[in-house]
Design a protein around this ligand. Structure first.
Ligand SMILES: Cc1cc2nc3c(=O)[nH]c(=O)nc-3n(C[C@H](O)[C@H](O)[C@H](O)COP(=O)(O)OP(=O)(O)OC[C@H]3O[C@@H](n4cnc5c(N)ncnc54)[C@H](O)[C@@H]3O)c2cc1C
Length: 502
């Protein structure tokens, strides 16, 4: 084998996955068709759950140093914003950061951890047998063949790896397109941009003095995404929508994008797996695609590493599809709702009921519980995986809250500070120092911590022990005081998730 895992595609998903695999000591090679890193930036947003993941891996400061935070984001471009700051997270905000920057930071991290990134290497075919996978590659040295134990297609919506694995991609074709422009705005009167916002144009300042304007022009919304956008068209559309062209000057990038919506039938076929846009595509409503890809990678990385290192318990790798496919379904679903809410007001016969529906939705967003629910969806803080055990504590599958606590060694710390190595964390919240030794059979796979004092958290009331997965979700929790029951439950949970003890 040349390496353990071949990751196809150095987009955000492939880079994040390479970081996770390399962190776990897996020999990883990314093969990327582009000859150099990306310069344009489709995505701009890193939402709260993605920021929590960066925090868990000790990377957050690198990201915060380059971006700008905003306290919430939108749903269907409705005037009432989603309030991320009301959610239970230390990172209840969105970070504005250009996709190219996110990719550069992840590439830097992947290399630090020892992953190889090979630009100019296009994978033209992938096949698999009982022992591994074989990728045929067209690169600077001509045609080459690489072997690995697994391959992951992070190669975007038109994924060749998905096709090679015979995984279907059902869904709907593009029926509507929008346009984005990263442009110099010569008329920098804030009132002009506010007026554009009020007419449904998404306005986002970029870090280099340019402004991103995004819109759907009713007269051009059936133009296929493959048709290039000219500056004349861009200006004419703005005048049609706003009554003025926002003083648009030279563009750096104009692009048309569509609402084709598809979800892979499954995320795994034997030794080939899919993540990110290769597994799900949708309209970029509320900026969720890149975020979902990062979260796929976080879910898959440690499971694939377990399979490579030979300690994977039965079903662990399959749980990637079981857990992430429903998330892909939910995200594609909510983007379809948002697209419909926007489209209705653009189609003449639905304009009035469409506007009434948007008003109704906007009113609903002013109801705290509704806002919180949708904010939890878009931020992905609400993502919970179904428990495998029917009698499980309600916390199982949910993300572990980042509570602060003191350990028996009198160290003040918090949960996410215990996750940078991507290991399981066993927290004895009841503070019995004897329990530290009971997880030693799992060696370096599990970090055991005894808590003496901790922050209050309603969800954790009465909880005595928690096993946190490497991706920050809860594998097991118990509230029982009976030591013998706890011992059995703990042993079963550790064996089910972290494999048999050595
Ligand atoms: C207009 C627009 C705005 C968006 N805004 C946001 C946003 O604000 N927030 C957000 O979360 N998401 C946003 N998205 C979505 C986001 O850009 C994508 O979800 C994200 O890029 C997906 O990352 P990925 O790594 O899965 O795939 P990609 O970014 O598509 O990367 C795939 C990589 O694989 C490479 N590749 C393809 N085929 C091969 C091959 N055969 N061999 C080798 N390499 C190959 C490609 O060159 C590419 O580098 C937006 C999308 C659009 C269109």
């Amino acid at each position: 084998m040349d390496v353990d895992v071949i990751v196809v595609g150095a987009g955000p998903t492939g880079l994040m996955l390479a970081c996770e695999l390399a962190l776990a000591g897996v020999r990883t090679r990314i093969l990327e068709r582009r000859t150099e890193p990306r310069r344009d930036s489709r995505a701009l947003t890193l939402h709260p759950r993605s920021l929590e993941l960066m925090d868990q891996r000790g990377l957050l400061d690198r990201f915060l140093a380059l971006g700008r935070t905003v306290p919430g984001w939108h749903f269907a471009q409705l005037p009432t914003r989603l309030d991320f700051s009301a959610l239970d997270s230390r990172h209840g905000y969105t970070l504005f950061l250009a996709q190219a920057r996110t990719e550069a930071l992840l590439a830097e991290r992947a290399r630090e951890l020892g992953a190889q990134i090979r630009y100019g290497h296009e994978v033209v075919a992938v096949s698999q047998d009982g022992d591994g996978v074989e990728a045929r590659v067209r690169g600077p040295r001509g045609d080459e063949t690489f072997r690995a134990r697994f391959a992951v297609g992070c190669d975007g919506g038109r994924s060749r790896i998905r096709e090679a694995a015979g995984i279907g991609f059902p869904g709907t074709d593009e029926t509507l397109t929008g346009v984005l422009g990263d442009v110099a705005v010569i008329d920098d009167d804030p009132a002009v941009l506010d007026a554009a916002r009020a007419r449904g144009v998404l306005v986002a300042p970029l870090e280099d003095g340019l402004t991103r304007l995004v819109y759907v022009d009713p007269e051009r919304m059936r133009v296929p995404a493959r048709e290039p956008v000219t500056l004349e068209e861009f200006r004419a559309s703005l005048i049609r929508i706003c009554g003025f062209d926002c003083g648009v000057g030279e563009p750096r990038w104009l692009s048309r994008f569509g609402n084709a919506t598809r979800l892979a039938e499954r995320y795994r076929s034997g030794r080939i797996l899919l993540a990110g846009d290769a597994a799900h595509i949708h309209f970029p409503a509320a900026g969720q695609g890149l975020n979902t890809g990062l979260q796929d990678a976080m879910n898959l990385g440690w499971k694939l590493a377990a399979a490579v290192h030979g300690w994977s318990p039965p079903g662990l790798l399959d749980s990637y599809d079981e857990e992430r496919n429903p998330v892909g379904r939910a995200v594609t679903g909510n983007t379809e709702v948002q697209t419909l809410l926007a489209e209705l007001t653009l189609v003449p016969q639905y304009q009035r009921p469409g506007a009434a529906l948007r008003e109704l939705f906007d009113e609903l967003l002013r109801v705290e519980e509704v806002n919180r629910e949708l904010a939890a969806q878009v931020s992905a803080l609400g993502t919970a995986y179904p428990p495998t055990n029917p009698g499980a504590d309600p916390l199982v599958g949910r993300r572990m809250p980042d509570i602060g606590f003191t350990t028996t060694a009198s160290e003040a710390t918090r949960v996410y500070e215990l996750l940078p190595q991507g290991r399981f964390v066993h927290l004895d919240l009841a503070g019995d120092p004897r329990l530290g030794a009971v997880v030693t059979g799992w060696g370096p796979r599990v970090t055991a911590v005894t808590v003496t004092e901790r922050d209050d958290h309603t969800d954790l009331e009465g909880v005595r022990e928690v096993l946190v997965r490497p991706d920050g979700h809860i594998a097991w929790a118990t509230r029982t005081a009976d030591l013998a029951t706890r011992r059995d439950e703990r042993h079963n949970a550790l064996t089910a998730w972290a494999g048999t003890p050595s």
